[in-house]
Design a protein around this ligand. Structure first.
Ligand code: SF4
Length: 349
């Protein structure tokens, strides 16, 4: 029978080191992780890998070491630090949540799944993860790693996403009353390092003896997944306007919608056939290479247009950022791609 003891023993010896994690030996000695750091890491990790998040996490916690500090931050500073992590609604909700925790909960994250769920940007997965990891409550945390491990251990052939409730039930059946926080992290570590998508390293697995997928040699093909619909492609035009003193025209995108609240170049709409929307009449030059980017639901092909103006006429949108103040790192990834192409082209003019 599968149980958590073997997995916890494996975790005690093999836990991955992460800047927001309290190592199991220190946890067993009574130290709990900081809920602020757990929350921040979980929000950053949604749709993103540990490797991608580490540097962002270090920068954020260096600049804003606790939830009160983050609550007092300027929105634009937080959005700029988040640039490149994607899924920008998360950054806006991060700020909202920090402010609610600071002002309505005296700067302390509430210690229950139900109360955490009421906070901005915290859904069932994040509430369960914070409850388990920060407060050691027996909530079941199910991410892609956990789904894969459960599908293999219990040999579930139902494809995802249909199998989600069944896999969650299996995961819940294994969640122990003792050390549920470490258990949640242990299953995720097992999925990330041993029970990997392509070549599970079963000889090193603490659950090998009980794993049905291993015994029946079906594990590598699990979990099954329903075929995804192909993503549509949208098109758009990005306008990079440079003033003769080197300042660049940028706009803060509307809060609602894709890349909401982030800095970017003025663009047309993103559709099958975009309509030209230059921010100012100028001698626009179209670049040969497009900026390509993939969002969750579509691919985007942006035609990049550049122009230089003297600065006497003011554009319809945005504001000029002086060359010395412009940091490409403050832009979301797709806008950085546009800038890289434009910068090369300006260099040639
Ligand atoms: Fe995954 Fe292999 Fe362990 Fe089963 S035995 S849980 S397939 S690593």
């Amino acid at each position: 029978m599968v149980n958590s003891d073997a997995l916890l023993a494996w975790y005690d010896a093999n836990a991955r080191s992460m800047p927001w994690r309290v190592p199991p030996a220190i946890g067993l000695a009574g130290k709990r992780p900081d809920p602020y750091r757990v929350w921040l890491s979980e929000v950053m990790l949604q749709q993103t890998t540990v490797a991608a998040v580490r540097d962002y996490f270090e920068r954020f916690t260096h600049r804003w070491p606790d939830v009160q500090a983050l609550a007092s931050a300027e929105d634009a500073d937080v959005m700029a630090e988040w640039a490149g992590l994607g899924y920008y609604a998360r950054a806006r909700n991060l700020l909202k949540c920090a402010r609610v925790v600071t002002h309505d909960h005296n700067g302390r994250f509430p210690e229950s799944y139900a109360a955490l769920l009421t906070l901005p940007g915290i859904g069932p997965y994040t509430a369960a993860a914070i409850s388990a990891i920060a407060f050691d409550l027996p909530e079941t945390v199910v991410d892609g790693n956990v789904e894969r491990v459960m599908a293999r251990v219990f040999e579930v052939h139902t494809p995802l996403p249909t199998a989600k409730p069944e896999l969650t039930e299996h995961a819940a059946s294994l969640t122990p009353r003792k050390r549920p926080g470490d258990y949640a992290q242990a299953v995720m570590d097992l999925g990330a390092t041993i029970c990997t998508p392509k070549n599970p390293n079963c000889p090193l697995c603490p659950w090998q003896q009980q794993c049905l997928g291993f015994a029946r040699k079906t594990a590598p093909g699990l979990p099954r997944k329903l075929a995804k619909k192909p993503k549509p492609t949208r098109h758009g035009i990005a306008y990079v306007l440079r003033r003769s003193d080197g300042a660049l025209l940028l706009e803060t995108r509307p809060d609602k919608g894709l890349l909401g609240g982030m800095l970017g170049w003025p663009t047309s709409d993103w559709t099958e056939t975009p309509t030209e929307a230059p921010p100012i009449a100028a001698d626009w030059k179209s670049l040969d290479t497009q900026a390509l980017h993939t969002f969750t639901h579509f691919h985007l092909k942006l035609t990049v247009k550049i122009a230089t103006v003297s600065g006497e006429n003011l554009p319809d949108v945005g504001q000029f950022i002086p060359q010395a103040k412009f940091r490409a790192a403050d832009l979301p990834t797709v806008m950085r791609k546009v800038f890289d192409l434009a910068e090369d082209a300006f260099g040639e003019t």
